[in-house]
Design a protein around this ligand. Sequence first.
Ligand code: MN
Length: 245
Amino acid sequence: MSKPVPIGLVVTLEDENDSVINPKPVEAAGGTPLILPYSDKEETIESILDLIGGLLLAGGKDVAPEFYEESPHPKLGEVEPLRDPAEFRIIAEALTRDMPILGVCRGIQTLNVAAGGTLYQDIPSFVPTDIQHSNPWDAALDPESPQEHHPIEIDPSSRLFKIVKAKSLVVNSYHHQSVKDLAPGFKVSARCSDSIVEAVESLKHGFVLGVQCHIELLWDKDPRWLALYRAFIEASADYYKRVHG
Ligand code: MN
């Protein structure tokens, strides 16, 4: 087996569980997870990206709407003033380099915003739906906790479909925000039946893909999500080889 490729992770640093769980599927898929600092120095961000082969954007709190030029809605939740600016700088630089990116939950949202899209600040305030997208996070990390909240329909012409090889999958759902206007150059690769965007991918990058569900809690139960981590790590290893020889 080839040497594990270094993968940078943007996580909510003060969330111990989030920082501990997200690296596990990266390791399982053949990567070396490196949790990235919230640096405001452009030079640091460039040096960090020189070291890694791929970027994983993990879950977290709400994205501050100023990054897509909206004012805060009354139902906007807690935001991450330290993480947001660093994460957006890192994503912008990674997109410029065409480095592989995998966005998970908040990560699909920061990816879409960084690439020029917008978000619903609170799904129930904007989209009529009977589906509960916002399930309580408190019990989510309990290994016994059910992770089957709603199905998603996957576009058979998408990269995501080629990886998971399923038109429909039942996923977990712990979000009250979601993609509104899709970033230019992206396509929706999966939706819920109520039209909420559940996965996106870039048409102009090598491997830039985001999912709204928390696959870090699904990969050890459903090998199709492990296949997504593997595809991401494989793309990252190819990128790393291309850049570093
Ligand atoms: Mn959902």
